[in-house]
Each structure stands twice: as C-alpha cells, then as structure tokens.
Design a protein around this ligand. Structure first.
Ligand SMILES: [Zn+2]
Length: 301
C-alpha cells in the first residue's frame, strides 16, 4: 500500500529517514512551515527557510523517490514577536503561490495570546485571498478550548470547513471537529500523547471520513514511519482496507489536492531518480559515493 505523510518536518531529518520512508511505502509528504526549536531573530531566516521548503528540500525528497509539498505560514509561537511577525507577513505572499505549496500553515494558537490571534486571522484572510486550504496547529496546552476557538475564528472569517485541516487532535477534540465539518488530523507520537494504539481505537469508533494520520516528525523524539506503522497496526486489528486507505493516503490527497498543486499523477506512474542530479550546483551525494539511478535500488538495498 502507498502512504502519504501530510505533516512531517523533513528539514530536521536525515537521508536514512527518506530511504526508510520510501521503503515503507511513503510516496508523498507535506512539510509545514514551523519554528526551529528556538526563536528566529531576523526576517531573513524566515525567507531562507521558506525558500528551502519550496526548493532544496523538495529536490532532496525527489532524490529518494518521494514527492514533497509544503505549507507556508507564520507559526503561532513566533507570532508573539510582533515586530518580526509583521515583516514575515510581508513576505508570505511571495511564497504561498509557489508550485509545491498546498496550504497556508501551520497556523493557529500556541498560548492563545492576542498576538497569536491577530496573525492567525491575518493568515486566514491570506488563505482566502489565494484560495488555498489551511493547516491548523492546535495548542498542546488547553487543547480543547484552543481547538474550538480556532474553528470559531475560521468560521467567523467565512472559510469553508472543508478547506481546513485541524491537526493534532485527540479523543477529546475529534467529535467537535467532525461535527463542524472540518478535517481532523492526528499526530502519532511515539510513547506519549497520541500513540498508534489510540489511533486504531479512534478509527474503530469514528470511521475514516475526514480523518487523517500524520507523524509531525521533527527534531524532537518522533517517528517518520508513524503513518505506515499505524496502517500496519490497523490491518492487524482488523480495520477495513478502505478505512486504512482513506486515513493514511486518500483523505490527505483529497483536502490538500484542493490547492490544485498536488495530484496522484505526480507520483502514480513513478518518476526517475538520478542522484547525480544537481540543485543549484549541489547534490545529495558526498565524496565518491555512487549515485542511485532508480527507485528500485533504493527500495531494495
Ligand atoms: Zn508541525
């Protein structure tokens, strides 16, 4: 089975991860713009980061047989630095229309401050203007209140819930999100929070309509194989193949495909891998490493 991981921060992962992901059946990924683990101090570092999401990282993924898409946005933590956030808002329009951008995101609330609220709303207006889906990061603290507030604000701005993924759900938020017509993303964290056993129970209870599994893997303790592993566990637990297909592949394609920038034909017939290729003069190879020239070698090694 093929999988899509619609929320993974590959900038912080290794080429070993890319190889393992492709071997496990991941054919496409979405990398949301977020913070770096520490606050940025200059608008230039946002600019270079967004450039890498629409440039180098897309190329790097392609060298391992994976289609890479991204979302562009000002994350909620850094919305609290107002002077910098205002400068970031000025450069966002330059990036949201790039060819591999499938949503504005991840945006929303962290501590639910007035500053976060301001820039969340401004970016919802931007998404409306360019007609892109929205990926919403829900807060890890005070989650239920923050999730409901996020949805109320989105509706207030006149955005159709079918254009929005509310991410990082749990058992306490899923019903509210589905009832209001939004897509519900679930991040599978190893050991803590949402584990894949809990995810299986959610699919058993709520089915697969508008439910999406992702890894949110980044530079923290996380698992870039969370989607295929959860799919395997669903299989073992007797979840219907159709439900696995929808939660671990199809639903992500349906919602982010609304951007017009993500289509199954981008990867369905395979695409040529040539690791001797260069991006701006650089390749993924180091020293005298032999280049892999098709996906078979990478998958079977
Ligand atoms: Zn994230």
């Amino acid at each position: 089975m093929n999988y899509i991981d619609p929320h993974i921060h590959m900038t912080s992962r290794t080429t070993d991860d890319y190889e393992a992901m492709r071997k496990a059946g991941i054919v496409a990924i979405i990398e949301p713009a977020f913070w770096l683990g520490q606050p940025r101090t200059e608008v230039g570092s946002f600019k270079d980061y967004f450039s890498s999401l629409v440039g180098w990282e897309q190329f790097r993924a392609s060298q391992f047989g994976i289609r890479h898409y991204c979302t562009i946005g000002l994350n909620s933590k850094e919305a609290n630095n107002v002077a910098l956030a205002e400068q970031v808002m000025e450069i966002l329009p330059l990036f949201v229309l790039k060819e591999n951008v499938v949503a504005v995101g991840e945006i929303g609330y962290d501590d639910q401050t007035p500053e976060e609220d301001r820039f969340f709303r401004e970016q919802l207006e931007l998404a409306k203007k360019v007609d892109l889906p929205v990926m919403v990061h829900t807060p890890h603290r005070d989650k239920k209140r923050g999730t409901i507030r996020s949805m109320e604000v989105i509706l207030e701005h006149g955005i159709d819930p079918s254009m929005v993924v509310i991410d990082h759900n749990n058992e306490e938020t899923v019903q509210d999100v589905l009832d209001r017509g939004f897509w519900a993303g679930f991040t599978i964290y190893p050991k803590t929070k949402m584990g894949n056993e809990r995810m299986v129970k959610i699919v058993e209870q709520y089915g697969s309509e508008r439910i999406i599994v992702d890894s949110s893997a980044d530079w923290g303790v996380s698992d870039p194989l969370a989607v295929p592993k959860t799919a395997n566990l669903m299989k073992i637990r007797g979840i219907a193949e159709e439900d696995i297909y929808k939660t671990c592949y199809r639903n992500a394609l349906d919602i982010y495909g609304k951007s017009g920038n993500m289509k199954e034909s981008d990867w369905a017939s395979g695409f040529e891998i040539d690791q001797s290729k260069l991006f701006d003069g650089n390749s993924v190879l180091r020293g005298q490493q032999p280049a892999q020239t098709d996906s078979k070698n990478i998958i079977e090694n």
